[in-house]
Design a protein around this ligand. Structure first.
Ligand SMILES: Nc1ncnc2c1ncn2[C@@H]1O[C@H](COP(=O)(O)OP(=O)(O)OP(=O)(O)O)[C@@H](O)[C@H]1O
Length: 245
C-alpha cells in the first residue's frame, strides 16, 4: 500500500507537484492520469524515493520513504520513465543483477530469473546483449528487473509508451495479474483509454494538483460528460482545486 500526503516539489520557479495526496490500495490498480507536464513522473519519483519532496510524506507498506529507504526499496518495484539499460549486459544478466542487488542468491535467484523470463515471454532475447533492443524488448527487461524480488508494490511510469498493440495487450494482462495477486499497482499515463481500460481508481492530475479522482463512471458524473475523453479534457481544463478527501 502506498500513502502520500500533501507532497510538494518545485524546480526553481516551476511547481511540479503542488500538494498531492494519494492512497493506492493493495489488490487495486490505481491510475495516475494527466496531460504532458502535469507532474506525474515527478510525483512517482517522490513515491519511490528517487527525489526528496520539499514537504509532505510518503509511506509504503507503512514505512517512511525518506527515513527507511532501503526497506522501502525491498517492497517496491519500479518501471521508470527512462529504461536505462546497460548495453553490454544480456537481458538475463540484467534481471540477475537486479535480483542480486535485492539480496537474492543461488537457486532462489536463478528460479526467479527463469520464472520471469518465461512469464514475460523473453526466452528468445534472454541471452542477447540489450544494445539495439527494440522499445518492446527494452520494456520487458526493465519490467523483469523491477519484479525480480516479488515486490508488493509496483510503480509503472507510462508502461505502454511506444508499445505495439500486441505488447500493449500483454502489458495490460500482466498488470491485471499483479492486481489479482493482491499487489498495489500504480501507473501513470496521459492516455485516457489506457487508464480507463485498466484502472479501479483514476487520479486525475493537472498543473501538479489532483483535479479529480474516482472510477471512470464517477469521473463522467463529476464532469457532466458522457464521453470519458471529454471528461478528461473538461476536468483537466477546470481550475485546479485542493485534492478531494
Ligand atoms: N529535474 C527537473 N528539473 C527542472 N524541471 C523539471 C524537472 N523534472 C520535471 N520538471 C518540470 O516539472 C514539470 C512536471 O514534469 P513531469 O515530468 O513530472 O510531468 P509529467 O506529467 O510526467 O509529463 P509527461 O507526461 O510529459 O511525461 C514540468 O514542467 C517539467 O518541465
Amino acid at each position: 500500500m502506498i500513502v502520500a500526503r500533501d507532497l510538494h516539489k518545485r524546480f526553481g520557479s516551476v511547481v511540479a507537484v503542488d500538494g498531492v495526496s494519494l492512497d493506492a490500495a493493495d489488490g487495486q490498480i490505481t491510475g495516475l492520469l494527466g496531460p504532458n507536464g502535469a507532474g506525474k513522473t515527478t510525483f512517482l519519483r517522490l513515491l519511490y524515493g528517487l527525489m526528496l519532496p520539499d514537504s509532505g510524506s510518503v509511506r509504503v507498506d507503512d514505512l517512511d520513504v525518506v527515513r527507511d529507504p532501503l526497506s522501502v526499496q525491498a517492497s517496491i518495484g519500479v518501471l521508470p520513465d527512462a529504461l536505462g539499460l546497460y548495453p553490454r549486459l544480456t537481458a538475463r544478466e540484467h534481471v540477475r543483477y537486479f535480483g542480486q542487488l535485492q539480496g537474492l542468491r543461488g537457486g532462489a535467484l536463478e528460479d526467479r530469473v527463469e520464472a520471469l523470463l518465461e512469464r514475460l515471454d523473453m526466452r528468445s532475447i534472454a541471452d542477447r546483449r540489450t544494445q539495439g533492443f527494440s522499445q518492446g524488448e527494452r520494456m520487458k527487461v526493465s519490467l523483469a528487473r523491477a519484479l525480480v524480488h516479488g515486490p508488493n508494490n509496483v510503480i509503472l511510469d507510462e508502461p505502454t509508451n511506444g508499445l505495439d498493440v500486441m505488447s500493449t495487450r500483454a502489458m495490460r494482462k500482466l498488470i491485471r495479474e499483479l492486481r489479482d495477486e493482491g499487489k498495489c499497482v500504480l501507473f501513470s499515463s496521459h492516455v485516457m483509454q489506457e487508464v480507463s481500460a485498466l484502472c479501479d481508481v483514476i487520479v486525475l492530475v493537472a498543473r501538479g494538483r489532483v483535479v479529480a479522482r474516482g472510477t471512470p463512471d464517477e469521473l463522467r458524473q463529476q464532469s457532466g460528460c458522457a464521453d470519458l475523453e471529454d471528461a478528461f479534457v473538461a476536468l483537466t481544463a477546470a481550475k485546479a482545486s485542493p485534492p478531494a478527501a
